[in-house]
Design a protein around this ligand. Structure first.
Ligand SMILES: Cc1cc2nc3c(=O)[nH]c(=O)nc-3n(C[C@H](O)[C@H](O)[C@H](O)COP(=O)(O)O)c2cc1C
Length: 370
């Protein structure tokens, strides 16, 4: 599996753009966004528009976070660095996966440099987040957390919907194997030290599914989250992968700063509720965390408006950017990001909004949901 430019082989394409099972949930995410109808107001002064929103207690220029995606370097050489820099240039926040092919310190350095160049020192600044998979060895997880704090990450995103990796038929059919050089730059050393456990050996590469099953902690509970909360000290903590209002209520009671309503893009359990509907159901929850995010097939400015109308404060977007990177490399990303921001800017003005943070449920309808 070796290639120089944006030309991913079939098994990599399938890994990135496929889902679990028969991919019903993956498709349903998309069709449910399409069902959300926008209701614009007219004759409001939209000569100046403000796209900034509050996210985890800070002001960010645009309510978009690049979603964490594993093995981006498999999709494009140094994919994490390329995507992080592009996000910073477009004032989008960026969440790095634990399973990055580039060490988190290197990504953080590149991020801060690009951000300093693109952002005014006094204006809103996008956020850099580290996504954490809780490993069986809690020491490794805590060490990642301290490294994130030292490297200047703004928040940590703990993924809670992967006690086991979902069964992805495409990956099984392709017998996907992640080559050694792409395996988790962030934890390679620590895992290699556990060489007495043959299950975490890197020799010859392991499949992503096999690796994940072995490396992640399927016994993780709310208590684990509470311990991590203490260990993360002042760093805001976000949980990613909540779908049920009862779980959201638990987050609200636990000093969790943010939650991403996510079904992992339909990559975990096929048949679960779509994210637009799950987000809609969260309106019943009395005590919501400060920041509510959503992801799953969000790919346009109108989708961002729809998500904000359903109650999200910001969105995460993964595959829309990954596709641009895979097809046209850095120039593809430039185009995809500037297009998205332009769609948000023009879209909010056409909705009659001069402040994006004013987008609310009064400006959407979903036939059959309300
Ligand atoms: C190739 C790929 C790798 C992913 N890796 C991670 C990961 O390492 N950690 C995580 O929390 N989510 C991961 N996700 C899930 C995304 O963060 C996101 O929840 C999902 O893709 C839905 O957003 P999208 O439809 O805009 O891509 C991954 C998704 C894809 C497509």
């Amino acid at each position: 599996m070796s290639y120089e430019s944006a030309d991913p082989p079939r098994e990599v394409w399938d890994y990135f753009f496929g889902g679990a099972g028969t991919e019903v949930t993956m498709k349903k995410n998309r069709s449910d966004w399409d069902a959300v109808v926008l209701l614009p107001r007219v004759l409001r002064d939209v000569a100046k528009v403000d796209l900034s929103v509050s996210l985890l207690g800070a002001r960010v220029p645009v309510p978009v976070v690049v979603a964490p995606m594993a093995f981006l370097s498999l999709l494009f050489p140094q994919g994490e660095l390329v995507l992080a820099r592009a996000a910073a240039r477009h004032q989008l926040s960026f969440c790095l996966s634990t399973r990055s092919g580039v060490p988190l310190e290197e990504v953080a350095r590149a991020w801060h440099q690009s951000c300093d160049e693109a952002t005014s020192p006094t204006g809103p600044r996008p956020q850099l987040m580290l996504q954490l998979y809780v490993m069986r060895d809690m020491g490794i997880t805590e060490s990642l957390l301290s490294r994130a704090i030292a490297a200047g990450f703004d928040a940590v995103v703990v993924t809670v919907d992967v006690p086991y990796i979902g069964v992805r038929r495409r990956d099984r059919a392709n017998q996907l194997v992640i080559p050694d050089e792409f395996l988790q730059a962030n934890v390679k050393e620590e895992l290699a030290q556990q060489s007495d456990d043959p299950l975490v050996s890197f020799g010859g590469g392991v499949s992503s599914a096999k690796y994940s099953r072995l490396a992640q902690n399927p016994s993780m509970t709310w208590e684990t989250v509470s311990k991590l909360r203490d260990a993360s000290a002042s760093l805001p903590m976000v949980l990613k992968g909540v779908l049920d209002p009862a779980d959201m209520a638990l987050c609200g009671g636990m000093n969790i700063d943010g939650v991403v309503v996510s079904n992992h893009g339909g990559r975990q359990l096929d048949g679960v509720i779509s994210t637009p509907r799950a987000l809609h159901a969260m309106r019943e929850v009395e005590r919501l965390p400060k920041s509510l995010l959503v992801d799953g097939s969000i790919e346009s400015g109108s989708d961002v408006l729809r998500a904000l109308g359903l109650g999200a404060g910001a969105v995460m977007i993964g595959r829309y950017f990954a596709r641009a990177l895979a097809v046209s490399g850095e120039s593809g990303l430039e185009e995809a990001m500037s297009l998205l921001v332009e769609e948000i800017r023009v879209g909010m003005a056409l909705m009659g909004l001069d402040r994006l943070s004013d987008m609310g449920s009064q400006q959407i309808r979903v036939p059959g949901w309300f």
